[in-house]
Design a protein around this ligand. Sequence first.
Ligand code: TXA
Ligand code: MG
Length: 332
Amino acid sequence: MIQDGASPPAITEAAQALAAGELVAFPTETVYGLGADAGSDAAVAGIFAAKGRPSDHPLIVHVPDAPGAEHFAREVPPVARRLMQAFWPGPLTVILPRREGVAAAAAGGQDSIGLRCPSHPVAQALLRACAALQPAVAGLAAPSANRFGRVSPTTAQHVRSEFGDGLRVLDGGACPVGIESAIVDCTRAMPVLLRPGVLTQARIEAACGERLWLPHEAAGTAPRASGTLASHYAPQARVRLMDARALQTALDVLGEDAAQIATWSRVVLQTRSGRVLRRRMPDDAQEAARQLFAVLREFDQQAVRLIWIETPPEAPEWAGVRDRLERAAAGT
Ligand code: TXA
Ligand code: MG
């Protein structure tokens, strides 16, 4: 059932349900999360089962504030402290050494843990209501509220279309960021950007006071993590990225006959038949991030077979959108 996330009684009920081991979906500024008490391995097992996600893929644990991270982290390295100070609450996840015996299932068996403090008012209200309960729920394990490998949800209705009406969903409207948090691994000698988000690399580096490394540059083996699989965030239709000219040519050649094509582009494409479902990609990267997953879902709902997307600009602020689109294209 979808409940108004702005309603205090709905928040209290949701916190009680979480304390009782149930799953609750809630909005964050990035995407909706499928939450469970991070301290309960049984509740967390419910997340893996509902998503169909392999249980060795670690989940992000959400905490109400920076001090809340101490419950889960054995140690908070200085670089992580600087990041938390700069960006929490907000769309940044830090990977820290995990405190032994805490949230093992949520961490997917890793000796590290991903921690994030979301800024969305409904997420904040829920985390605070959970912390106020006896016994306290210290954090919420919450992956994106979609089935494994599919497109992340950015509205309460998206969540319901993934899991049906049996799941409690707190409605907080459309997510203002639209793509998942940036993830920085702070457990190694140097900070590693595991997943780009809307915060640019330059902003994160300015806060770190040192350069960020990319996974392929960093020595050592990274844990298996679904958000970093090449094929992820995939809609049902086949996604292809093309530059504007190739896209127009493809439409000229094929689009006339082929129904069930959708396009997302910054340029205005010419079609003769009017059967092609065309959506405009915003010129602003943040606005494009906000719309990305809803557009892919809309195309899926229209049962298109091909999704042709204009390759986003190389500029650094587009890194998060580019990353999700490349994974969507790799997945189909
Ligand atoms: O914006 C977000 O981060 C959203 C909202 C709900 O907070 N959550 C999210 O969770 O995207 P999920 O489970 O879909 O992606 C979490 C990713 C994993 O795929 C993995 O890449 C990484 O976080 N992760 C979590 N714990 C980790 C760990 N201990 N070591 C390495 N990577 C980890
Ligand atoms: Mg996900």
